[in-house]
Write a protein that binds this ligand. Structure first.
Ligand SMILES: Cc1cc2nc3c(=O)[nH]c(=O)nc-3n(C[C@H](O)[C@H](O)[C@H](O)COP(=O)(O)OP(=O)(O)OC[C@H]3O[C@@H](n4cnc5c(N)ncnc54)[C@H](O)[C@@H]3O)c2cc1C
Ligand code: SF4
Length: 338
């Protein structure tokens, strides 16, 4: 039996105050990740600050023409929101590619950003794991690492970030709004998650006690030319081996502007500005897409069991870019996801 104290926050300021009041506290929103981690003895918070009833559940248009998504908007509500379906379909598609309907009903926008890796050794408390127990080693490095990173890894940790939603948010260049003891600030999505380096215990650049309050989308949603392609072991209820979120603008058959982010390959959603820039002005064809994929994967490195991911990622990038260019996105249909 793990003993912990349960507190319910009255508002955001109260949540931040309670978090700052004592050590080893954690926010809890939908609980779909944190409770599992507590059951497995991976996380042992002395206090749980329940933020699930805070009024952060709105999806509203911003004066700049974007969208502000409250941190407690459930993943299902966000995926099916008419403005998201119409203007940011790649986000709907990415969310619906993740977990199950029941989990998406419980999971929150903020919690999805903060979910922890699915590395099996992180969950197995008898194994060395620098992320769970800094300095203990990394069992995955020479262990079973089929799901692990091929880009941006370190000798300390080769885990991947498991979120689908975050891959679309990275491609869309969302911003994360946070409130903490030092006040409010906004973090560009590219700077929110971290690479492992020699501090893999830190997943994000949140400062101690900071809480995510909202995620802001810019105007550009790539509604006409987008795709979210997720390659996994089962059609549903499985984390990505590789996923690709694409947004593209075309002028005739030429690419005016393209972005693509990868999931399942690194400690954070992975983008490569050079690979994206290489597509500008090119004819939207397999040659250009293959060359962009090769650029993005130029430093990719397997660790044995996951070597296959490099070729898989190349094929997935080419396919997702082709789908976006043709306006035939990979659809996570409502029928398929139920
Ligand atoms: C079986 C299973 C399969 C899954 N499959 C997928 C999948 O394929 N793709 C995918 O993307 N996800 C998948 N998920 C993960 C799921 O999307 C996450 O568990 C969920 O998004 C977490 O949201 P939550 O609100 O439940 O977070 P919680 O479990 O409540 O919290 C998670 C973490 O976030 C912190 N936190 C929560 N809200 C905030 C906030 N506002 N500010 C600061 N910190 C906060 C908590 O302290 C905790 O550390 C799966 C989960 C399960 C259990
Ligand atoms: S890959 Fe990272 S999370 Fe997995 S065992 Fe190594 S240090 Fe831990």
């Amino acid at each position: 039996m793990i003993r912990f104290q349960y507190e319910r926050a009255a508002d955001v300021a109260d949540a931040v105050r309670r978090m700052a009041a004592g050590p080893a506290a954690k926010f809890i929103a939908g609980g779909t990740n944190l409770i599992d981690l507590m059951r497995e003895d991976v996380e042992r918070p002395a206090r749980l600050i329940d933020i699930s009833r805070l009024p952060l559940t709105a999806v509203e248009e911003t004066p700049a023409g974007g969208l502000m998504i409250g941190a407690l908007v459930p993943n299902s509500d966000l995926a099916y929101h008419p403005l998201v379906e119409r203007r940011y379909p790649v986000l709907s598609s990415a969310i619906l590619a993740g977990a199950s309907q029941q989990l998406r009903n419980m999971a929150s926008t903020g919690g999805n950003l903060l979910q922890r890796t699915r590395c099996g050794y992180f969950y197995d408390t008898v194994m060395p794991c620098n992320k769970r127990a800094p300095g203990s080693g990394c069992a995955a490095l020479h262990g079973f690492n089929r799901m692990h990173a091929i880009l941006g890894a370190s000798e300390s940790c080769i885990a991947t970030h498991p979120s689908d939603m975050c891959v679309a948010l990275a491609m869309l260049e969302a911003k994360v709004h946070v409130t903490g003891p030092a006040g409010e600030r906004t973090i560009p999505f590219a700077d929110f998650h971290r690479l492992p380096g020699d501090t893999p215990e830190r997943d994000t650049n949140l400062d101690p006690g900071e809480m995510v309050t909202a995620v802001e989308l810019p105007t550009q949603g790539f509604a006409a030319h987008h795709s979210y392609l997720k390659i996994r072991d089962r059609l549903s209820y499985a984390f990505a081996l590789v996923s690709v979120a694409v947004g593209m603008e075309l002028e005739g058959d030429r690419i005016a502007h393209a972005r693509f982010a990868l999931g399942g390959v690194a400690h954070k959603p992975w983008r490569d500005p050079e690979a994206e820039a290489s597509l500008a002005g090119r004819t939207a064809d397999e040659t250009a897409f293959g060359e962009a994929a090769d650029l993005l994967l130029r430093d990719a490195k397997g660790h044995g069991h996951n070597d296959f991911k490099i070729g898989l990622a190349r094929r997935a990038i080419v396919r997702a870019l082709t789908q976006a260019a043709q306006g035939t996105p990979q659809i996570q249909s409502r029928k398929q996801i139920r």
